[in-house]
Design a protein around this ligand. Structure first.
Ligand code: IPM
Ligand code: MG
Length: 357
């Protein structure tokens, strides 16, 4: 089959890790007889430098016309003083909105070969964990009304959710749980926020009427933040709002001790998704060759699985990555920096390619 893939490499380490993922996709295409056609688009700081805005219309149109999108990362200190509407992050938010990607899947799990990198107490780490954060991605405080008063000494942002917005992301969470361990935890702040009370009511109504087979419980976001550190094996699927999901997903990924390995998928109503590593643009190591390409390579595997329904091909990539890690190969981010036996990003990619032979 032929697939058109829009590449949005972005800033910092984005272009390096996207180039590595492209090599892995090309090898997969060759092995399974597919054709992947890649077209590159600017977004983020590099787009600001090139055309004065973070998200050119050409990028939006190109992504809308593609079968799927792979994104590296956007942002960096160079653009930190830009006014709000011209910040690189606007590109990411704009793409999510324009592509209708209201669900963000962020898996966090301990790789058995990397259990020693996990920051949890050893007896808790030994239990392992494998959780999926289902984050609402196009609503809430990220997109609500915001502003300042005339004097500029007061500012506000608005958290607002409709039943329809909660239902569609909750449905994704229930469906995801059905394919996993059948347990959804809805995370909110219903002891304080009205939007959270509507969130909770809606998730429960949907659960009772359409997903009675899935176990549903609730947790306040502060307790969930604690539980992720205390014992994350409690969780299977967490469904939560845009901002809570942003925070909890960074926490959960860091707890694994290997944020450089974690992929994510942003999905909407169609099969077109946007796939990106959970980590950021890491401007401090851009160009040094240190960036770990694994999260982006695993994001490419997620794209094959979720957008193109190519699960055998996705397994093939994921298995190669696991084998390389099981053999003990490490990039510097998953190894103590004083230990000299780590691979550069492109050496890691080459190891993965060797295992795909
Ligand atoms: C993420 C990032 C973005 C977000 C930023 C860069 C706008 O933190 O994808 O988690 O907050 O969604
Ligand atoms: Mg974040």
């Amino acid at each position: 089959m032929k697939y058109n893939i829009a590449l949005v490499p972005g800033d910092g380490i984005g272009p390096e890790i996207i180039a590595d993922a492209v090599e892995v996709l090309e090898k997969t295409a060759e092995k399974f007889g597919h054709e992947f056609v890649f077209t590159e688009y600017a977004a983020g700081g590099n787009a600001i430098d090139k055309c004065g805005i973070p998200l050119p219309q050409e990028t939006v149109d190109g992504c809308l016309a593609a079968d799927s999108v792979m994104l590296g990362a956007v942002g960096g200190p160079k653009w930190d003083s830009q006014p709000n509407h011209l910040r690189p992050e606007k590109a990411l938010l704009g793409l999510r909105k324009a592509l209708g990607l209201y669900t963000n899947l962020r898996p966090a799990k301990i790789q058995p070969a990397l259990a020693d990198a996990c920051v949890l107490r050893p007896d808790i780490a030994a239990r392992g964990f494998d959780l999926m954060i289902v984050r609402e991605l196009t609503g809430g405080i990220y997109f609500g009304d915001r502003g300042r008063n005339e004097a500029g000494d007061e500012a506000y942002d608005t958290e607002k959710y409709s039943v329809a917005e909660v239902e569609r992301v909750a449905r994704r969470a229930f469906e995801t749980a059905r394919k996993r361990r059948g347990h959804v935890t809805s995370v909110d702040k219903a002891n304080v926020l009205e939007s959270s009370r509507l969130w909770r009511e809606t998730v429960h109504r949907l659960g009772e009427t359409e997903y009675p087979d899935v176990k549903l419980d609730d947790m306040y976001v502060d307790n969930a933040a604690m539980q992720i550190i205390r014992d994350p094996s409690f969780f299977d699927v967490i469904v939560t709002s845009n901002m809570f999901g942003d925070i909890l997903s960074d926490e959960a990924s860091q707890v694994t001790g290997s944020i450089g390995l974690l992929a994510s998928a942003s999905l909407g109503e169609t099969s077109r998704g946007m796939y990106e590593p959970i980590h950021g643009s890491a401007p401090d190591i851009a160009g040094t060759g240190l960036a770990n390409p694994i999260a982006t390579i695993l994001s490419a595997a997620m794209m094959l699985r979720y957008s193109f329904d190519l699960s055998e091909e996705a397994d093939y990539i994921e298995n190669a990555v696991s084998e390389v890690l099981e053999e003990g190969w490490r990039t510097r981010d998953i190894k103590a920096p004083e230990d000299e036996t780590w691979l550069t990003g492109s050496q890691m990619k080459d190891k993965i390619l060797e295992h795909m032979a």
